[in-house]
Unconditional design. Structure first.
Length: 353
């Protein structure tokens, strides 16, 4: 029985809170999705989209969002609609290369694309690379179209959140903000910082200077911290006690729940990277693409994709914060800006690398 027909039957007997459960993508676990968490039911035309999507049978999502979140998202979508989700997860630069190759060969596989690289998304939008979204969830009262939808086409599906954290064994008194990282007791390799490997990391150092103090990065360099190429490696060093504190980590709620001696803060605004998302104009599965895009902005989808991240709906229990609390840089960081900052970074932090 197709989901659209099943929801109509349930509505007829008033079972708004009914749940649907299936085995989760070969994991052996079960994912439950409540009908009421799938957003507005939509009209007859939308039910035809659902039917056509189920005939297509699969959807391919290009994104850089967190792996665990994507697994849960896939499980939930397949649970609700019986449609397989193929995830192509990579960083923005590699995804851009893949999509450029598909455009050149005409062999398109991407149905929905999420990227944190706003200038690149803006250029593709201007070229007509995306279709307007049509799902009823984009018209729901809880979804703020003014904040999270542009040109009825590009929407924010979540926002990665990066913040400061500390090892509670090494810093038992905790940290109240980034300024506490300047404590002399945390000098000489006790704090971890990120190497400026991308425009997003340069954005982060802009954020520190903008929201903490204009000379904060210079003061942080004077602490002689350790440098790391990625947040994952820094998080592992924090959990193991190699570091006392880190300037750039995901919210550490899961690690804390698992017993690691870690904690993280949540400043307002917080640094993050919104994922600008759209349905490809060349989607091989156009109906499944629209259905999946719609699912991303429902409660069921947000609980998965916005776990430990910024959510675009209110009341998402798994989210770290709202996507509207994400700091926005006043400038667009270019490749030349990244190279210039690397030079400055080496001058400031060179002795600690």
């Amino acid at each position: 029985m197709r989901f659209a027909s099943l929801r109509r039957s349930l509505a007829g007997v008033g079972l708004a809170a009914a749940t649907f459960a299936v085995a989760a993508c070969g994991s052996g676990s079960t994912t439950e999705v409540a009908a009421e968490d799938l957003g507005p039911a939509g009209d007859a035309a939308w039910e035809q989209v659902i039917d056509a999507a189920q005939q297509e049978g699969s959807v391919t999502y290009f994104t850089g969002q967190a792996t665990d979140n994507l697994q849960e998202l896939s499980n939930r979508f397949e649970s609700a609609y019986g449609i397989k989700v193929d995830i192509v997860r990579d960083n923005d630069a590699n995804l851009q290369t893949k999509l450029a190759a598909e455009a050149e060969t005409g062999r398109h596989t991407a149905d929905v694309v999420a990227s944190a690289a706003k200038p690149w998304v803006d250029a593709r939008l201007a070229e007509g690379s995306y279709l307007p979204v049509t799902g009823p969830a984009f018209g729901a009262a809880e979804f703020d179209r003014d904040k999270f939808l542009r040109d009825d086409t590009i929407f924010t599906s979540s926002a990665a959140v990066l913040t400061y954290g500390w090892n509670t064994s090494r810093v038992p008194e905790g940290l109240d903000g980034y300024e506490d990282l300047l404590d002399p007791a945390l000098a000489d390799g006790k704090v971890g910082v990120m190497l400026p490997v991308s425009a997003a990391i340069v954005d982060f150092y802009d954020y520190l200077n903008d929201t903490v103090s204009p000379d904060f990065v210079e003061k942080l360099a004077a602490q002689k911290p350790r440098t790391y190429p990625g947040a994952q490696a820094m998080g592992q060093a924090l959990a193991s006690g190699e570091l006392a504190a880190a300037v750039y980590t995901v919210p550490l709620t899961a690690e804390k729940e698992a017993g690691a001696p870690v904690e993280s803060g949540m400043p307002d605004p917080v640094f993050g990277a919104p994922f600008h998302t759209g349905v490809s104009a060349n989607a091989p599965h156009p109906n499944a693409a629209q259905l999946f895009a719609n699912f991303l902005v429902t409660k069921a989808g947000q609980e998965a994709v916005a776990n430990r991240a910024g959510a675009v709906l209110p009341g998402i229990s798994t989210a770290a914060t709202s996507a509207q609390n994400i700091w926005v840089n006043s400038r667009t960081v270019t490749g030349a800006d990244v190279e210039a900052f690397r030079t400055d970074f080496e001058r400031l932090f060179g002795s600690s690398q």
